[in-house]
Structure formats: C-alpha cells, structure tokens
Design a protein. Structure first.
Length: 613
C-alpha cells in the first residue's frame, strides 16, 4: 500500500532536482558570463588620450538634472549597452565642470554641440550651460553645433555656437510654449465618483481637472503670464545669440507659409533664410569641415575629438586630502515625500538627515541648498525647514539656490534661508495649499455595493466608501485655511512683508524668478556659483572647498555600479533593446507611482502641478 506514495515522492524529487539543477546551471552561466565580461574589460580596456588641438564633443543624452536617481546596476548595464541612453540622466554639475575645464585645457581647441539625444533640461539649466559656453568662447576657442533636427531645448543651446550646422534634409522646430491638460469632472460624474476638494488660493489649479471640464479664467490668466515671461526670456537669449529679431523665431502661420513658399517648401533652406542656422551640411560635409579646423585623428577617419563622458572620466576632480573650511552643497530635487527617499527625490527624513550631517560636520561652515522641486507633502516640507533652522542656529549660514523650479513646498523649505537666489526662468512661488479626497459611495451603490455599520464618532467612520458630512468637510477646509495662513505668515516673517502683501502675491500664483525678485520673494538673480559666493561671504571664509553632501552608497553598491558600467558596452544589442511601447508604459507607470507616493499624514499638500513646462 505504501509503494504508490513512495513512487510519487521519488518522481517529485526527480522533477525538483532536475528543475533545481537547470536553475543553478542558468545562474552559473549568467554569473560566469558576466565575470568573463568584467575580465575582458579589465584586461582589454582602451586607454583614452586627448590629442592636441582636439574638439570636445558635448554629446548630451537624456535629461540634465541636479541629482541622479538611483538605478539598478544590471538595468543600467542593459541600457548603456545601447550606446546612448535617452532615458538616462546627466548631472548639470558635470556638464559645467567639463566645459569650464575644457576652456583652460590647451589640448582642447573647440567644442562641438551634438544635442540630438538631449530630451529635457529646463530653461534655467540651459541658460546656466549657455553661460559656461560663453566663458569657453571668451578664451578664443570656437563652438560648433551639428544636428539633423533641432527641437526647442536643443536649439537654445545650439544658438550659442559660432557656427550652427543643419542637415540639408533637417528642420528647426520652434513652437513656443503651451499649457494644456485633461479635465475629468464629467467623467467622474458619470462614474458617480465624488471629488471633495479643499484649497486656499485663487490660482491653486492643481485640483481643477477633478472639479471642472475646462481651465478656469484665473488659471488661464496665471498660466498665460507665466508662459509669456518664460518665452520672452528664451526668445531674447536666442535672438541675441543669432543676431535676429525675437519675433522671427516663431512666425505666425501666414508668415511661416510665405517663408516656406520662398524656400520652395524646403524647411532647411527656410532655416538658412531666417538665419536660424549658418550652413547646411551632411555628416560627411561636417566631418571634412572639422578635419580642416582641428585636423584628422591619428585613429580612424574622423576629426580629432574626445567625447563628453570620456573627457569627464579623464579630468574628474580628486577629493582634497587636506581638511579645510567647506561650503556644503545639498541637493533637494524632486517631489517632497515623507520618510527616507533615495537620491533624486526629497524625503522629510532623508533630506533632514543631510542637513543634520552638515550641522555636525565641523569642516562645513556654510550650506548651499540647491532646490529643484514642485513641492509635495506639507508635513515633510516643514520637517526639512525645521532642520534648516537648526543649521542656522548652529551658526552656519544657509543660502538657497533655486534651479528650474522651487514652488509650493519647494518655496516653503527655501523661505527661512539667509539668502535666496533664483534664475530668471525659475518657477517659484505657488504659495497655496490644497487637500483632496474622492469618495465612491454612489459609484459602488450603482453596482449594488453598500457600506453600513456603527462607530463611536464621525471620524472613526471616515472612508472613501462613505459620503463626507458637511461638518467633516468644514473641519477639513478649516485645517486647509489654517495651513494657508501659516504659509503666508512664514513668508511674511522671513521676507519682511505684511500678511496682506504676501496674500496679494500668493493665492497659488506661480512666478518666474525674474518676477519673484521684483516681488521680493527672492533676494537676487544668480546661479549656484553666485550662491556659493554668498555663502562664503556670510561665513567670512578665506580659503575654502566645496563638497556635495549626499546619501552614500555602500562599497558593494559602488562596486556593482562600476563593474556593470564598465561592461555595458560589451553587452549584445539583443539584451538591451527597449521598445517604444515599453518606454511609454514606463512613463505612465512613473506618473501613477508619483501620484500614489503622496503620503502626507494629514492629506495636506504644498504642490505645484502647473510647474511642468
């Protein structure tokens, strides 16, 4: 009677042992395969040399950011195997360091802007890079730009070139700025979903899609003013670089058609006629032009050149071994969330920990807080500001340098600094507050699902499956109003203004840095270098160093990143292909994940949803 169970047991063990053996074999193959790749890199990597009279090729791909997000090493390796990671990130600080170093490098005679894979940056970051390019040109060195097409961000940087080349089959795509979004009120009504919105601020329009089917007049007014201000800054810079009229950058449809007819329908010829570009050149024409300018490379058939990443690896600074007074730089980039968040995001606990680390570091005499955030959790924002106050109380000046945006919670964590810098196109302000809760009682009822029971108070029974009583809604609204009053009181106190003055420029209104300076919300217009200079002045430092204070990777994480980064170029393309469909799904997943991550314990947010330009 026991033979059958024993037989089944033996069969099961055989199947399990077979599967386990196959699993181990596959894991071993993967492990030893990757180990072989590492050994290949270690023993056959090419030594990079910069020939005299070389051109630095600034081939920027992906997004230019203040701080990189953490990336899984294996995922990064697969992506980098493609050669160019258009979904990757490049540190703004690295771009500036490379350009500034090349300006004083006798081996570098010129710079080539290859921006075809640049996806996003923000006008303020582009302006900072543009200023570095001007410094490079001031040394007598030339800047060239080459592209098959130029979209708006790419063209902004390309306009700094001494000679701007365009492919004969290419086009310059300048459209101006716009702000359109989807509105869901009717859809929510049809689904019988009730959206309860609590806010203060005429211009706090983040919640409008859930309570309207169109943009309110107030939001249109605010967005129109903001877009006009940003575009005027963009157009003025590009027009000055190209020596043309700003009105010629985006002609109206009638004139555009007339200019296109004059060019016989050829968009590239039109770009020449409009003086958007200097010369039409194929890849071969550009290659020969650059060989004539800098000479032929000793290896291959192209011109003498060194690419951005290779040059950065060659000239990256080494840490100072001599302890000295230091200005600590802390980056607060991304949505403000609670708890500990990875680099590239702002956490109430993790960002506070960085400020605390600077406070207890005797070498750090002052701090520059680089803010690039639309805000987020009100609780986490105040947690960070409290730590900033403790840093000041310890006698260490704090200077805020605003990047592309420092709005809502981003402004809250900046307001108590000793000095605030913004760039002319920084999006800031958005001094307002909101809360939102959707309930599904009618939607569920239409499906025959009901909620019923008992509780000891109205608060104990709160649920998204039950309606909110008018009394509960009144209490929530009162809390939101209290939060708004605290916000404008904070700004009034720190900016030496009256509540009435602040309320007039608050109401959730988003301003450019230029306008914020005029309104007294920031102290001065300038970049991070200006902020560092002010921190040195306030701390009365002589000789000093700068150091980025950031979350530290473990030795294991560092090893894995370096290892996979080295072997990436050896991975076969079949392992690195990412379809357009997969990238679209990833973008949607990222948006949903960001919304789901909102975690304020009181459901109160200082967030600027209008800051995505």
């Amino acid at each position: 009677m026991s033979a059958k169970p024993s037989f089944l047991k033996n069969i099961s063990l055989l199947i399990w042992n077979t599967l386990n053996g196959v699993r181990k074999a596959i894991l071993n193959l993967v492990f030893f395969g990757l180990l072989a790749l590492v050994l290949v890199v270690l023993f056959s990597s090419e030594h990079i040399e910069v020939e005299d009279n070389s051109a630095l090729v600034l081939d920027l791909a992906g997004a230019i950011v203040e701080q990189k997000r953490p990336v899984d090493p294996l995922e990064a390796a697969f992506k980098q195997g493609e050669g160019v990671d258009v979904d990757g990130e490049i540190l703004l600080a690295d771009v500036l360091y490379v350009i500034n170093n090349a300006a004083t490098d006798d081996r570098i005679s010129s710079l080539v802007l290859d921006l075809s894979e640049l996806r996003s940056a923000g006008v303020s970051k582009l302006q900072t890079i543009g200023e570095a390019l001007e410094g490079f040109k001031a040394t007598g060195k030339k800047v060239f730009a080459i592209g098959n097409y130029y979209e708006q961000n790419q063209y902004f940087l390309a306009s700094y070139a001494d000679t701007l080349y365009l492919n004969p089959q290419g086009q310059v795509l300048l459209n101006g700025l716009s702000r359109y979004r989807q509105y869901y009120k009717t859809a929510l009504d049809k689904l019988k979903i009730h959206t309860h919105v609590f806010r203060v601020g005429t211009f706090k329009s983040a919640v409008e899609p859930y309570i309207r089917d169109d943009m309110s007049a107030a939001a249109k007014e605010a967005n129109g003013e903001l877009l006009t201000d940003i575009w005027q800054s963009y157009a003025a810079t590009v027009a000055a670089n190209r020596g043309i009229d700003a009105a010629d950058l985006v002609p109206d449809a009638e004139r555009y058609l007339a200019e296109l007819d004059k060019a016989e329908g050829d968009a590239a010829t039109m770009a020449i006629n409009m003086k958007w570009v200097d010369e039409l050149a194929s890849d071969e024409r550009f290659r020969t032009a650059m060989i004539a300018s800098v000479g032929k490379s000793s290896q291959g058939d192209s011109f003498r050149q060194v690419h951005f990443n290779d040059y950065l690896a060659l000239v990256a600074p080494t840490p100072s071994l001599v302890p000295q007074d230091t200005v600590g730089i802390i980056v607060a980039k991304g949505t403000i969330l609670n708890g500990n968040q990875p680099s590239g995001q702002i956490g109430g606990a993790s960002t506070s920990a960085l400020l605390r680390k600077a406070r207890f570091d005797d070498q750090v005499k002052a701090v520059v807080l680089r803010v690039d955030s639309p805000g987020g959790s009100a609780f986490a924002s105040e947690q960070i500001r409290q730590e900033l106050l403790a840093l000041k109380a310890a006698g260490k000046p704090v200077v805020v340098s605003m990047g592309s945006l420092a709005a809502s919670g981003g402004y809250w964590i900046s307001a108590s600094a000793d000095y605030i810098y913004a760039t002319p196109t920084t999006l800031t302000g958005s001094i307002g507050i909101f809360g939102m809760l959707a309930t599904f009682e009618d939607s569920l009822a239409s499906l025959g699902i009901y909620t019923d029971g008992v509780s000891t108070s109205e608060w104990a029974g709160l649920s998204v499956t039950r309606s909110l009583s008018p009394q509960v809604q009144a209490v929530i609204q009162r809390n939101i109003e209290r939060g708004y009053h605290e916000f404008i009181s904070l700004v009034a106190r720190e900016r030496h203004m009256t509540l009435e003055q602040v309320d007039k420029i608050a109401q959730g209104h988003v301003w450019t840095g230029k306008k914020a300076f005029e309104l007294g919300l920031v102290d001065e217009l300038g970049d991070i270098d200006a902020a560092i200079g002010k921190a040195v002045e306030l701390a009365k430092l002589g000789k000093f160093d700068t150091r980025v204070i950031e979350q530290e990777l473990t030795p294991e994480q560092l090893f894995m990143q370096r290892m996979f980064g080295s072997v990436a170029s050896y991975l076969p393309p079949s392992l690195t292909h990412t379809s357009v469909f997969e990238r679209v799904l990833a973008q949607w997943a990222g948006a949903v994940q960001e919304f789901a991550a909102f975690d304020d314990p009181n459901g109160v947010y200082l967030y600027c949803d209008d800051c995505n330009y």
